[in-house]
Every structure is written in structure tokens, then in C-alpha cells.
Unconditional design. Sequence first.
Length: 490
Amino acid sequence: MKNSFRWVILFCAVAVVAAPLGHANDVDVPATAEGPGVRINRLLKLQGQGEAAIVACREALTDAEPSVRSAAVQLLAEEAGAAAVASLAPMVDDPDENVVTSTVIALAEIGGEETLDPLRRALASSSPWVRGQTAAYIAENQRRALVPDVGQLVSDNNPHVRLAAVEALRAMSDPASLPYLMAATADVSEEISHVALGALVNLGDRRALKRIVLLSESEEAEIRHEVAKAIVAFGVMGDYPEVVDRLASDPAPMVSRGLALELYDHPSPDALPLLRKFAAAEDASLRRLTVRALKVDPSPAADELLLSMVSDADDQVRAAAVLALAARDAAETVSAASGLVGDPSPTVRGSVAVSLGALGSVEGLAVLEDLARDADTTVRISAINAAGRIGSPAAIGVLSSALKDKSAMVRVEAVRGLGNIDDPKAAKALRKAAKSPDLQVRLEAIAGLGKAGDAKSVALLEGLVDDPAESVRRAAREALDAAPPSKPAD
């Protein structure tokens, strides 16, 4: 029983406050003179004792104090499991809401056919709190046989109950919830209709489309936003061009953004005309989402549109566009990146470096060489990291020059990159770096020499095993352990 013990402790804590002083540990005092805390403590002492605990809990179900009854319900369920259902079922009619809620928790967790009727009675309780809580715990335990019963609550006269019912149906995501969720989209409460619409989308049942599309004319922007996302998620943009066009021109920015946002998770072959429109929008946030959608768009023509967006007025759009081109392995990536080397934004220049590193082509090294001299340290770090990721001997010159950079972080990145290149010239540069006065540079160089494995590098590592610095000695030993069979001297 995953929730039972927390409820026992809760009601025990409540009851202890009300317990008469002097009786908290006196189990021989007659029940009429005991506080509820004493009686709950007596039950807790029986926890794990099987039949003795079960008998005591059943007797306590008739206790005058609600907190004792609640504790008895949960402990009985924990001790007896399914065998407790017959004793627990009548407790859904208890006059105390907390007792009923405790019973609902227990029955929902126990499961089985015998628990269905008492749970239905709880759903029909005169207490809105009980009705809402019952719906929630039915959903938490995925009691899908009760979907129709929970569905009836979407027409409850209490908005909190209706919301709980819709949220429960969303959590269970059962096909049987379709008619109830469709009805709930017409709720007078914007929050409820919004949750219902989202639940319909998650359900993925195309029978809901007609109702969803009708909601595109809702006065509520949040509803139209959900409709926009739904049309994309269902993959029916081409079936409703007029609706899509209206949503794309919606006065509420969140609606058009919803379309662009969903196109990242659900790329569509019909999306490119819409994305062209969004690429020219005044809303910079929408243009950023457009780049994100173009990154995964299935049309080859998306490359051309992204290429145009590298000159966008917004630096985040430019940065995202060049990264998206690289992610698509677009042929124009290097030329686009080259044109952004002098961009006024360090964010864009850094993204250029990252994109070239992701592309992994030696054609980008000339651009990276320029960026390795950038005035901004973070850009230089990105450039050197990218050169190291390319991992070609052609990158040795860029990386070796960076060993003289004024930033220690750039120098460390350069050494790390050299360690990824299997070439005698890289090993030579690493041996020089292994004598650097900068400890972090030395340690990275030592690790790289372990990968090199040539005779000169191994000899240097053997000498460093006796270095005065413990961290250097340890790094040298680890590098020697990782070194491949010795190569001929270069």
C-alpha cells in the first residue's frame, strides 16, 4: 500500500494533539478515558502482526473519533489487502470526509472488481471534496473500468469537481473518455475547457478533430492556441488550410507560436509555406520558433529558408539558423558561417564555431582559425573546441597557435583537442605542453600523451612518474596504463 502509511502517520499526528496528557502510553486505560492518539498508537503497535492487527482495525472502524477510523482504514488495507474490501466498502458512506477519502485511497490501490461499487458510491457522494478526490485517486491508480463513472462528473454542478474529473480522464488517457472530454470542451470554465482540449489532443483520437476545429473560433486565446497545436499534432494541416491560415494570423501571438512550436515535435510536409510566412514575421520569438521547426522540416527547401535567416535582425535567430544548418548537414553551412565571422554578437560568432564543430568538416577550419583570434574569450574557446572535434591533422596549426592564448581555458581546450588527433605533430605539441607552468594544461597534455603512445611520449610520461606534484605523478601513471603499444619514434 504505497499511500497507506503516510495517512496513518497524518491522522496519528492529528490525534496525538487531542490526546489527554498522561495517557499517551497507557494502553490499559478504558477506551472512554483515552484520547484518539492513544488508540491510534495501539493500532500502530500492531502493525505487521497479521490477524491481531486485522481484528483490532476492524473493531476500530466503528470508533467515535474520525481520525481513529481513518487510521484503521489505512492500516487494515495495509495488513489485509484484498481481504479487507468487504470491511472497507461501507466506510465510503462514513459521515466524515477524511475517513471516506482514506477509504477511497485504500480501495483504489487494492484494485479488483469488488472495489468498483464502493468507488462508484464515493463518486456519487454528496461532498464535492469526496467526489473530486475520488476521481483523482481513481486516475492515480489507473482504474480505467471507472472511466464512464468519472466521465459523468464532467457535468457536475461544482466546477472543482468537473476540473478534477477532466484531469483524471486526461491522466487515464483511455479511448472511452472521448465523449466526456468532447463535452467538457464546452464547459463555461476556460480552465476546464482548456484542460479537456489538451486531453483530447493527448488521446490522439481523430474522431475528436471536428470538435477541435470548431474551437478554432473560440474567443479564448488559450483555446485557439491548443487548437493550433492539435491540428499540427494530428498531422492534418493540409486538410484545414483556411483554419491554419486564420490561426497563423491570429492577433494573439501565442496562437501562431503554438503552430511553430508544435512543428518541431510533429514535422509536416505541408508546413513550409507557413514557415516562410513566419520567417518574415515581426515577432522575433516566432522567428526563433520557426528556425527550430525548420531544423527538422522534411523539405530540402528548408535549407534555403534557413540560409536567408542567418541575416535576421535578431541575434538569437541568426545563431539558431547557423546551428540548424549544421544539424541538417546542409551544404551551405560553411559559407553561411563564413559570412558571420564578423557578426557583432558574440552569441552568433560562438554559434558559428559550434556549428562547424558539429559539421566536422575540414572546410570549416579557415573560419575557425579566424574565430580563434576573436576578442571574446568564449568565442575563442568554442572555436578551439570545434577544431578539436574535427579531429583532423589539418587542425594542428590552429590548436598549436592557441597554446599561446592569454586565456588558460583556451589553452586547456587546445591541448584537449590535440589529444584527439593521432599524428606525430600533435604528439610533439603535447610533449611541449606537458612542461607548461599551468598545471591544468600539463594534466590535459599528459592525458593526451597517453593516447599518443609513441616512444618519446611514453619516455616523457615515465619521467613524470617521479614529478614533485602528486597530481602530475598520478596523471602520468594513468596515462601510461591507458597507453597503446609503443609506436616508433617520430
